[in-house]
Ligand binder design. Structure first.
Ligand code: ATP
Length: 222
């Protein structure tokens, strides 16, 4: 469950270049539902996702994720919260090109005190869920866009987070890979994940697992 109450994000506050990216945003995303956050470029979708994931702090307002108030969490607690609760798939994937697929997916587990065997089991499981196990020894730099996305999804799944956040997941994909992403959404539904997808792609209208669409414009819910 994700609840956002009266959220503001003002960049460069009290300076000449002050900019309000989020203005009085309130929303509710029920547990185990898949929700679209729609809006044109610059409407505030990425900013909102990064605040929900505690990567950024809001200027004011409250964010409650699975009962935890995260808006003012100190940095150390915020990264623990993120590691346990959130799988974040960035628009440009943020993978490490100099590592192979297996080691990219392993990175969120480094902070957890797990045996080598447990790490391997979790990574292989995540790679299977994201349908990219067959590339586990390949360097990321040799992968296609759709394959890179699957690696990023496996990395988001590896800690078994309940909440998955996707920033423009189809922006770098061709039609065929975008459709494959739509079928992955059905898997996330079966896995009972809560999913938020920031997008301006109309392809999601074809999916029948979307619970609701939240529209954003100029930092506001419309
Ligand atoms: N660190 C920052 N400093 C100043 N302005 C920022 C900062 N980050 C974002 N913004 C501004 O906030 C607004 C919302 O940006 P955001 O990235 O959230 O939009 P978006 O809807 O995700 O767009 P896109 O689909 O292009 O990613 C934009 O006008 C952007 O320029």
């Amino acid at each position: 469950m994700i609840e956002v109450k009266n959220l503001y994000k003002i960049f460069n506050q009290n300076r000449k270049n002050e900019f309000t990216a989020l203005e009085n945003v309130s929303l509710f995303i029920p547990k185990e539902q898949i929700v679209l956050l729609k809006g044109v470029s610059g409407s505030g979708k990425s900013t909102l996702l990064s605040i929900i994931s505690s990567l950024q702090k809001p200027t004011s307002g409250d964010v409650i994720v699975d009962g935890e108030h995260i808006a003012k969490l100190p940095d150390l607690h915020a990264s623990k919260f993120r590691n346990e609760k959130i799988g974040y798939v960035f628009q440009d994937f943020n993978l490490i090109n100099s590592l192979d697929v297996f080691h990219n997916v392993l990175t969120p587990l480094i902070v957890q005190n797990l045996s080598k065997k447990d790490i391997e089991t979790k990574v292989i499981h995540a790679l299977s869920l994201a349908n990219i196990k067959h590339k586990k020894d390949e360097f990321v730099s040799n992968l296609s866009g759709g394959e890179k996305q699957r690696v990023a999804i496996a990395r988001a799944l590896v800690c078994d987070a309940n909440i998955l956040l996707f920033d423009e997941p189809t922006a770098n994909l061709d039609k065929q890979n975008s459709l494959k992403f739509l079928s992955l959404l059905e898997d996330f539904k079966k896995l009972k994940k809560t999913v938020v997808i920031a997008t301006h792609d109309s392809i999601f209208e074809q999916s029948n697992v979307i619970f609701k669409t939240i529209n954003m414009q100029d930092g506001k819910i419309v």
